[in-house]
Design a protein around this ligand. Structure first.
Ligand code: OOG
Ligand code: NI
Length: 267
């Protein structure tokens, strides 16, 4: 495991850029006065709730660099559970980790997931690079499509594995934009497609968090029966509001998160 928080995020970022080239353009558009120093509100990772790789196994990598567990979230329809983690330095990204509740899935999905997880070397899970190690297995495009029919999340994991699923620009720290609508308009003017599930803006000042996101880039994946271009990773935008005590809200909003997950759906 890493012992330096910045090195961990730099590695996650480099790995994310490999399959999300549009992220460079997002920084150019929004962060022009900050050079490459866009402050990220949070990142998100995905996994399966099997003992070997459950979300706590991913979280251990962040706990090791000073993160603390802060909140939990349930997504019944999508069969997901999540927790979020914060660092004592508020400019370090928060971390949102979700896991698929495998036992709630069909026998087909359960079997495919168990096959994938069985291929992971135990030592790989605590190695420095686990959170940006991608897949430890190779599925066929048919298996990918079968997973997709039941759980877009399971299919995404089968194709992309362990990596940051998105980074999130903190609108609070931007110099050129103060509203999420202005950010969204700028992105659309530049040709980005936004995730419109539940509306372009998820949340409101009343729930202390507004969020939007691009639709994932499309990137080639080498399946066992050929190469196919499928949705990879996306960029999110978050504007936080102050609680009655004057401090910015630092949690997530389950109803909004439920729609953000859909940013990796095919267009
Ligand atoms: C995570 C979706 C939830 C948020 O900010 O609410 C989320 C995912 O797509 O893996 O990131
Ligand atoms: Ni997010």
């Amino acid at each position: 495991m890493h012992n330096n928080v910045d090195k961990l995020f730099q590695s996650l970022w480099n790995n994310y850029l490999e399959v999300t080239p549009s992220a460079v353009k997002v920084h150019e558009l929004l962060g022009s006065t900050q050079k490459d120093d866009v402050i990220n509100d949070h990142i998100a990772l995905r996994t399966f709730n099997l003992e070997k790789v459950g979300l706590e196994k991913l979280a251990a990598h962040f706990i090791a660099v000073g993160y603390k567990e802060c909140g939990e979230y349930h997504f019944e329809a999508k069969k997901l559970y999540a927790k979020h983690y914060e660092h004592s330095d508020p400019t370090k990204p928060k971390v949102f980790i979700s896991e698929l509740l495998v036992e709630k899935c069909s026998d087909t999905v359960q079997a495919a997931v168990k096959d994938m997880v069985a291929k992971i070397d135990e030592h790989a899970i605590t190695a420095d690079n686990f959170l940006y190690s991608g897949t430890h297995w190779q599925v066929s495009h048919d298996t990918y499509k079968a997973l997709l029919a039941e759980s877009e999340y399971a299919a995404w994991m089968a194709a992309w594995g362990y990596r940051a699923n998105h980074f999130t620009v903190s609108i609070n720290y931007l110099n050129n934009f103060t509203t999420i609508d202005a950010v969204n308009q700028n992105l659309k003017n530049a040709g980005f497609e936004l995730n419109t599930a539940g509306g372009e803006v998820k949340g409101s000042p009343e729930v202390l968090l507004e969020q939007s996101s691009t639709l994932a880039d499309h990137h080639p994946v080498q399946f066992s029966d050929g190469e196919f271009k499928i949705p990879s990773c996306f960029y999110e935008f978050a504007l936080r509001y102050a609680k009655p005590d004057g401090e910015l809200y630092t949690g997530f909003v389950a109803a909004s998160a439920d729609k953000i997950f859909e940013s990796t759906n095919a267009r």
